[in-house]
Write a protein that binds this ligand. Structure first.
Ligand code: CO
Length: 469
């Protein structure tokens, strides 16, 4: 297998005005694809354990009149700066506990109150600032052109939280972003909040007390409702505090609890209902919408039968040639806003992870197409780009030998009529050449439009956004 290069450290930072390109990248594509992902997996003699742990690096691909520029820079988080100062891993991450001795364990207790800010998961815009995010509520602001780290994003409120998602959802109708934080305690709470697009203030919408908080990487949102799907991946915060173990090690899979859907009305903050179904796990919601004819909510996710995927993403596991299932399958759940009549079905045979849709036109609304990465039979890593038609479950794929594409980001063509009229941008590792390229596909057909090759490999990352000029 040739995917291992994508799990190796990249420490080179470059600025290239114009990458070598093939094909014809359309002139109308004017803007930047901004991405974050882990890029450094060792500090001194110490190594990070999990794919989610490596130091965040920012990447920008600038598209202009058919040319593609490229810049990459490390995000100078506290987590990274402490590590560089000490010459070793200091900050605990999702799957790494740096503390082996009792003395260091005592130190770790302090670091519980100063969690990681290694924002290697996603990028968004808050109050007109570009921020990189991880799953602690400590976004970091950066300059979107030169990728310089500008510092912590300052919230103008006193909302506390220990965990959050790096997948806030934008409500265009209200010009407001929604997300939630989990507050750990004897009784823990989820606080769903909204943040107007010009504001640094998070305004609580609903507070939900829970005995056993769950690990949730994303959530669903329709025009009027938020749906939190609590998979039975239980987090015991006291255990984390006392043991100093990282989050990944204290999460326990308790399938007898089932998966619980909690519905919150965005207009009133009321929890309108909960429904429980058979246990499953997902990192990523795909989309959610209101089926007005039936009065139902429709919630689509990339689902796994259980949470072994969290363990399969340890670097030791990923670096082998043994194929683990690294992609789920598109599942559609339906329920009434009061939580009743909850049931789900698999939409397609196609494997799916890092799903994207045409957010600008379809987020929170009825939609038809999902793009994402798939994993072919026997592959040790995600090795294809897939488009799924949710109407009949059929799929189209792009694949090239020894190539490992990342999340395909949809960019709508100006004046587009159809939902899939646009391009897909995906950063692909060519494992044989040990170099990455940004691939531009026709989003409707998955035919190649062009590609631009980067002077180095880009370690496998998670998410990014396209920003039009
Ligand atoms: Co994610």
């Amino acid at each position: 297998m040739t995917h291992q290069k994508g799990l190796e450290t990249l420490d080179r930072e470059v600025e290239v005005d114009s990458l070598p390109t093939e094909g014809e990248i359309p002139d109308w594509l004017g803007g930047s694809l901004l991405r974050t992902g882990p890029a450094q997996f060792e500090v001194g003699d110490a190594s990070y354990n999990h794919w989610f742990d490596g130091h965040a690096m920012l990447h920008a691909f600038q598209f202009q009149r058919g040319d593609v520029g490229y810049t990459n820079r490390f995000l100078e988080s506290n987590s990274r700066q402490k590590a560089r100062r000490e010459g070793t891993i200091v900050q605990g991450e999702f799957g790494t506990d740096p503390c082996k001795s009792i003395f260091k364990r005592a130190m770790q207790l302090f670091s519980f109150s100063e969690p990681t800010d290694n924002a290697n998961v996603n990028i968004t815009r808050l109050a007109d600032e570009f921020v990189a995010m991880t799953e602690t509520p400590l976004p970091i602001t950066f300059d979107e052109e030169i990728l310089e780290t500008l510092g912590r994003f300052e919230y103008n409120d006193d909302l506390d939280g220990d965990l959050t998602t790096a997948h806030p959802l934008y409500d265009a109708e209200r010009d407001t972003t929604y997300n939630y934080v989990t507050q750990f305690g004897r009784t823990s709470s989820y606080v769903v909040y909204r943040q107007a697009s010009d504001s640094h203030e998070r305004v609580p919408v609903a507070t939900i007390d829970v005995e056993t908080p769950r690990y949730m990487h994303s959530f669903g949102m329709t025009r009027n409702y938020i749906v939190l799907v609590e998979f039975p991946v239980v987090v015991r915060p006291l255990e984390m505090l006392l043991s100093g173990d990282p989050l990944a090690e204290i999460m326990s899979w308790e399938p007898e609890r089932g998966a619980r859907f909690r519905v919150v009305d965005k207009r009133t903050g009321e929890v309108t209902g909960t429904g429980t179904t058979e246990a499953f796990f997902a990192f990523h919601h795909v989309n959610a919408w209101e089926d007005e004819a039936r009065g139902e909510l429709v919630v689509d996710l990339s689902a796994y039968p259980d949470a072994t995927i969290v363990e399969d993403l340890y670097l030791d596991e990923l670096r082998t040639d043994e194929p683990d299932a690294l992609a789920g399958q598109l599942r559609r759940y339906r329920l009434q806003p009061d939580g009743s009549e909850l049931r789900g079905r698999q939409v397609s045979e196609q494997t799916l992870e890092l799903p994207r849709i045409n957010y600008g036109a379809r987020a929170g609304r009825p939609y038809r197409y999902v793009w994402g990465n798939g994993q072919r039979d026997g592959a040790a890593f995600l090795d294809e780009i897939a488009k799924i038609d949710t109407e009949d479950g059929s799929s189209t794929t792009w694949h090239e030998p020894d190539c490992y594409p990342g999340e395909p980001v949809f960019v709508e063509r100006p004046g587009a009529g159809a939902e899939d009229d646009g391009l897909l941008l995906s950063v692909v590792l060519d494992g044989r050449r040990e170099q990455s390229f940004v691939l531009v596909l026709d989003a409707a057909t998955l035919d190649e439009v062009g590609r631009a090759t980067v002077p180095h490999h880009i370690p496998f990352g998670f998410h990014g956004q396209y920003v039009s000029d």
